[in-house]
Write a protein that binds this ligand. Structure first.
Ligand code: PGA
Length: 255
């Protein structure tokens, strides 16, 4: 069985390098004895070099929150897979709901980005999940199926081994209110595995990690792993507080 994977998504925070360094230092210190959980910090691109420096001699990995599907050229404001790899990243988050919703990323764009990142040797966290409206219309299954089928189009079983799926119901992100029941998350997790089994062999799908994301905190982290059967967590807001993030990782690591 693979290790649990806990990913910190700092989003567009913090705004100064000193704060990013302090946060990394504190997390590194607090989690130095944790060996049974894979930990990945995803800061904004601008702090990647500094974080690399801070994480020297640490088992904690780091990654980017986005990467482009072309290698170089006239793409103002974009960042390539080689660029982030050269900065030492081993992971990249692809298709986060904020990029889908605010920046208009489609399943097709996400598929291109995923393919390029995999080709460049990165491990990918593919984010999927339904909006509140879609949920109220009972469309979770439909949305998640479409996101998986389109997002993973043309991706080989071999490459799938470098992907983790983060199920993030959009209505739970940043809400501070975790989803109602562990059952809802467990149902989504099982459904995701079922869809994947339609695309890949059972043995490949069994090895894949499915993470939960959306208002994860120290107080509810264990619940997603233990009761919902998730293989890891994607943590937003709470990962900006070292004590809280350390608490999340330690809680799930002790399970
Ligand atoms: P949150 O964000 O933990 O602040 O809800 C999670 C995410 O968007 O990845």
């Amino acid at each position: 069985m693979q290790k649990l994977l806990v990913v910190a998504n700092w989003k567009m925070n913090p705004s100064a390098i000193g704060a990013a360094q302090r946060l990394t230092k504190a997390i590194k210190k607090g989690l130095q004895r944790v060996t049974d959980t894979e930990i990945v910090l995803c800061p904004p691109h601008t702090w990647l070099s500094a974080i690399k420096e801070e994480l020297k001699k640490s088992k904690i990995k780091f990654g980017a929150q986005n990467s482009f599907w072309k290698e170089s050229g006239a793409y103002t404001g974009e960042i390539s897979v080689s660029m982030i790899k050269n900065l030492g990243c081993s992971y990249v988050i692809i298709g986060h709901s904020e990029r889908r919703q605010i920046l208009g990323e489609t399943d097709e764009i996400i598929n291109l980005k995923l393919k390029r990142a995999l080709k460049g040797g990165l491990n990918c966290i593919l984010c999927i999940g339904e909006t509140l409206e879609e949920r109220q219309e009972d469309k979770m299954a439909e949305v998640v199926t479409r996101q998986l089928q389109s997002g993973l189009k043309g991706i080989s079983p071999f490459s799938l081994s470098r992907i983790s799926i983060a199920y993030e119901p959009i209505w739970a992100i940043g809400s501070g209110t975790p989803p109602a029941s562990p059952n809802e998350i467990m149902t989504a997790g099982l459904f995701i595995r079922k869809v994947l089994t339609g695309l890949y062999s059972t043995s490949v799908v069994q090895k894949l990690r499915i993470l939960y994301g959306g208002s994860v905190a120290g107080s509810n982290a264990a619940f997603y792993i233990k009761e919902s059967g998730m293989n890891g967590l994607l943590v937003g807001g709470a990962s900006l507080n070292a004590t809280e993030f350390i608490n999340i990782v330690k809680t799930v690591s002790n399970i």
